[in-house]
Write a protein that binds this ligand. Sequence first.
Ligand SMILES: Nc1nc2c(ncn2[C@@H]2O[C@H](COP(=O)(O)OP(=O)(O)OP(=O)(O)O)[C@@H](O)[C@H]2O)c(=O)[nH]1
Ligand SMILES: [Mg+2]
Length: 330
Amino acid sequence: MPEVKEEFKFGRVAFFGRPNAGKSTLLNALMNVDFSATSNRPQTTRQNIKGILQHYKDGIWSGQSLILDTPGINLQRGLLERSMHNQVQEALDQADLCFWIADSKSLQRDMADIELDRGGADKIPYWIAENVKKARRASKWILILNKIDRVGKPDLLPLIERCQTVFPDISDIIPISAIHGKDYARSNVDAVQKVIEANLPVGSPEFPEEMWTELTERKLVENLIREAIFQMFYKEVPYKTECQVIQFLEHENKKLKPEVAAMIWVATPSLKRILVGAQGQKIKEIGIFARKRYEEITGQEIILKLLVKVVNGWDRSTKHLEELGFTAAP
Ligand SMILES: Nc1nc2c(ncn2[C@@H]2O[C@H](COP(=O)(O)OP(=O)(O)OP(=O)(O)O)[C@@H](O)[C@H]2O)c(=O)[nH]1
Ligand SMILES: [Mg+2]
């Protein structure tokens, strides 16, 4: 049993914010593993991804945080969007520390709406502002200004000052550039880790010291296939597609690679043609991308087989969404 500090700290941390703000990129940077799917298109994350960060003080295991990377806030009324939004709410409800991750450039625009109180249930900035203001149950609220590499220095300080004035309950505002990852001099991601460590409540570890994610191998494969699809296709293709691992066969003889089969659901026959591509070229590329990423992350080689089926309107059916692992929206 490793030595554990008497005053061990444990806490739940929620990352939330607009789609495409860089939540998953930040989680990957903190964990130093690129396992949470990212792309330059919104709504890449569809279900909460959990990273487990271990903390050490003077070489002794002193704390643990469970970080939830949530889907980008989407207030549309479709069943899929509502199911995704439930994940955000669930993470915020459980969090000891709430991190609002914002793209600094779009926050400049959002602040005008927030300051003028241009409300409306369908407005994301308004939703965020409401939650930040009412959610004192979380011990701390922290604002991360991401993508500062895209904002001129003269704009940054006034933005920080505006946020401090409008959100006096936010305890820290941290400018970062998550894309630079562990290159702390450029990313400032270590400041995020320090704030997490400084604010964790006292509590026992809930996971073993060597564990770094709660994501199952199956879910990891599904996420990597979705990442491939988000990075390779345009328009509605990624949004009308979802993936489910239907077999993960591990052999007793560990020299044999596990055999993994995944079914990709598409909403129409024409999408199936696009996804498969001429002579199956595209689907082959998706498979290679996901397999390589899986092997990089886990160090384990797999055989990955992809199948595609048309399920008309899967994203509008409670039954299908539940089958795909979403909690159907009330
Ligand atoms: N220039 C720049 N781009 C970044 C930075 N951080 C993330 N990105 C890019 O922004 C895009 C979105 O990043 P994600 O991490 O997928 O964003 P997300 O908030 O998880 O998005 P959803 O899952 O869709 O809600 C990707 O193309 C990232 O490479 C940054 O610091 N600077
Ligand atoms: Mg994401």
